[in-house]
Every structure is written in structure tokens, then in C-alpha cells.
Write a protein that binds this ligand. Structure first.
Ligand code: G3P
Length: 215
């Protein structure tokens, strides 16, 4: 399973990119607004930093608006993927933009049927939201499992991006469920590194070495 960073913060993106662990970026209107900077400039800077798919989400709600905005955003860089919501308007835009060769990530997926619909409209990626389902007492990981099973049974090539990742266990479980990608917030990346036995091991190796070789 590949890892993307779910962020529009250039410092965070640069840091995880430097660690060599990501091969793509996802943004959404909330993440862009949190930074308060120009949308297109931010996308161009992200594209300079990371050589991989970068999801950018139009804010219009009609198919016409999404198509127009999607075309504009796609011009920023060849790695820009247009992220569209799983609505009827979103799928009309998905069908049109994908027929023009623009790759689409259909987002806000909360059921297997929504994922299936997105694939039929030409989506290259679907993004099930794991954490937001858990928030309402439904099993987010079970949704990822169902979508991955359906795609395997029917040899569907659309990739599954597990999104709304809230903790490191989500990542392990999405990998076991067969997600192609998990898009992970910066804070959770940092938590993935942690294990008390790693810290203790480093401390002990240094102590043992120093006790013999350090003058
Ligand atoms: O990019 C979409 C996403 O990952 C949302 O996460 O934590 O706002 O549910 P969250």
C-alpha cells in the first residue's frame, strides 16, 4: 500500500517527502482554507515538491462548474488529479473530465455502491472516508474491505485511497484490507514512527557502546 500525505501545508508536505515515505498528496477545500493561501499557487508549489498524484478539489457544486474548474486546475501541472464528490453532478463531471484524459479521484465515499458508481463514470481513484464512518458508529475499515473485494472480484482497476485516517491502526488495517493507498495526515505519519522499544533499543545500544569505546 502506498502512502500519500493529506495536507495543504507546504512545510508538512516537504518534511514527509524528505523522509521518502510518500508518493502523492491529497488536499480538500478545508485543508486549503486552513492554510489561507492562494489555491492555485499552493497546488503549483506542492507539485514542485512531490513527484506524484496531487488531488485538487473544485468548489462548484454543479457539473458545469466542476468541469470548468477541473479543467483549469488540471492545467497547473500534469500530476494534478481532480477530486470530485460522489453526487450526480460530480459523476457527470467525472465522466466528462475523464473522457478528456484528466484523472479523477471521487471523494466522500461512504458506501460500496457509491464506489462502484464512481468506477463506472471513469474514476481513477475512489476515496472512502474511514474515520468519519467510525465517528458515527459505523465500521470504516469494513467499507474499505468491501470496496477492495468488489474491485478484485470484478477486476476493476480504479485504485482505493483510504482517507479520513485518524490513527496508526487505521493504516495497518487499511493495508490488510487491500487499499492501494492511504492518505495520511502529518500528525499520524509522525505517530507511525513511534514505538517505546525502538527508543529503548537506541538508548541501550548507545549506552553499551559508550561504556566500552567512549573515552
Ligand atoms: O481528504 C479527505 C479526508 O482525509 C478527510 O479527513 O479527518 O476530515 O475526516 P477528516
Amino acid at each position: 500500500m502506498n502512502l500519500f500525505v493529506d495536507s495543504a501545508n507546504l512545510e508538512e508536505i516537504a518534511k514527509v517527502n524528505e523522509l521518502g515515505v510518500i508518493c502523492g498528496v491529497t488536499t480538500n477545500p478545508s485543508l486549503i482554507a486552513k492554510e489561507g493561501k492562494d489555491f492555485k499557487e499552493t497546488l503549483a508549489k506542492i507539485a514542485e515538491l512531490v513527484n506524484g498524484p496531487i488531488s485538487a478539489e473544485p468548489t462548484g457544486l454543479t457539473a458545469t462548474e466542476m468541469i470548468e474548474e477541473g479543467r483549469e486546475l488540471a492545467k497547473i501541472h500534469e500530476n494534478i488529479i481532480i477530486k470530485l464528490p460522489i453526487t450526480q453532478e460530480g459523476l457527470i463531471a467525472c465522466k466528462q473530465l475523464s473522457s478528456e484524459g484528466i484523472k479523477i479521484n471521487v471523494t466522500l465515499i461512504f458506501s460500496a455502491n457509491q464506489a462502484l458508481l464512481a468506477t463506472r463514470a471513469g474514476a481513477s481513484y475512489v476515496s472512502p472516508f474511514v474515520g468519519r464512518l467510525d465517528d458515527i458508529n459505523q465500521d470504516g475499515i469494513a467499507l474499505v474491505e468491501d470496496i477492495c473485494d468488489i474491485f478484485t472480484i470484478h477486476q476493476i482497476e480504479t485504485q482505493v485511497i483510504a482517507a479520513s485516517i485518524r490513527n496508526p491502526l487505521h493504516i495497518t488495517r487499511c493495508a490488510l484490507a487491500g487499499a492501494h493507498i492511504a492518505t495520511v495526515p502529518y500528525k499520524i505519519f509522525m505517530e507511525m514512527f513511534n514505538h517505546p522499544l525502538t527508543d529503548k533499543g537506541i538508548e541501550n545500544f548507545k549506552k553499551d557502546w559508550d561504556s566500552v569505546y567512549k573515552k
